[in-house]
Ligand binder design. Structure first.
Ligand SMILES: C[S@@+](CC[C@H](N)C(=O)[O-])C[C@H]1O[C@@H](n2cnc3c(N)ncnc32)[C@H](O)[C@@H]1O
Length: 258
């Protein structure tokens, strides 16, 4: 009898464990929902208040910065915190380059880049918020800058001409793309054959950088998210106080299978 009770107890434990362990191919827990349109993405009920509840490659996507916060992009302390001239110099731009400033906001960087590439170059200032593009135009008008072109993108596509861009620059924006995979696919398409792409993100590796976690990215995470695309890592620039600049160039090599 004792033996029988032991066996039943053992079977009950196995059954209970089995119910907690998901079978292969099933969602790992009931809080996780797979995006039916693109199963690379998942949604979780439990998530950070700074994020949208959508996850990509282990990272939660942050909320988009609304245009009502645009004043923050023009704050004078950016000179010290982000050293815009150091960043632009480190990108080694040439006169006549075509630069895509994706997530251009009010044009804080686009205006400065416009001077470096000169009248023969063009900055395509892409944003998904028409209100940001209005602020961009206003700021350009005040300074008489003619070589920055505002472009209204979508959440999946920056709407740039194919094979036209020397450098696609994403300053403090990639972490808030709602569709990072599609955005990188379309940005790669817009790059010239030897074009570059630069991720400028607050360093996740540095706990002293006073920015919310979801608005920071580690170098490893950027490498991971670039890996499905025809991109080859070129360099990581560490000249800025709080951000790293992770640069890739477009290759013809087939990307890693996901
Ligand atoms: C935090 S702001 C940074 C603005 C600018 N890069 C700067 O550093 O001054 C992010 C901007 O990216 C835009 N954005 C978010 N997702 C985007 C997408 N998929 N394509 C283009 N712009 C996007 C937002 O509308 C917002 O204006």
């Amino acid at each position: 009898m004792k033996y029988l009770l032991c066996c039943l107890g053992f079977i009950a434990i196995i059954v209970a464990l089995g119910q907690r362990t998901p079978a292969l191919g099933q969602a790992p827990d009931k809080d996780v929902r797979v995006d039916l349109e693109n199963p690379r993405y998942t949604y979780r009920a439990k998530h950070s208040r700074d994020g949208v509840g959508k996850f990509y490659m282990g990272r939660e996507i942050a909320h988009v910065m609304g245009h009502l916060g645009a004043g923050w992009l023009e704050r004078p302390s950016r000179e010290v915190e982000e050293k815009p001239q150091t960043l632009i110099k480190s990108l080694k731009l040439n006169q006549g380059d075509n630069v895509a400033d994706i997530g251009v906001g009010t044009g804080y960087f686009a205006r400065r880049i416009a001077r470096v590439i000169g009248p023969k170059g063009t900055v395509y200032g892409v944003d998904i918020q028409p209100e940001m593009l209005e602020l961009l135009e206003k700021n350009l008008g005040k300074l008489g800058i003619k070589n920055v072109k505002g472009v209204l993108g979508t959440i999946k596509n920056p709407n740039l001409p194919t094979n036209s861009i020397d450098l696609a620059l994403m300053i403090d924006v990639y972490h808030e793309f709602s569709h990072p995979h599609e955005m990188l696919q379309n940005i790669c398409r817009a790059l010239k054959p030897d074009g570059r792409i630069a991720f400028v993100e607050y360093r996740m590796e540095d706990p002293n950088v006073p920015i919310k976690l979801l608005h920071k990215m580690s170098q490893l995470q950027v490498m991971k998210e670039a890996s499905p695309h025809p991109l080859e890592w070129v360099e990581t620039i560490s000249a800025l106080p709080r951000q790293h600049v992770i640069v890739f160039k477009k290759t013809t090599t087939t990307p890693a299978v996901e």
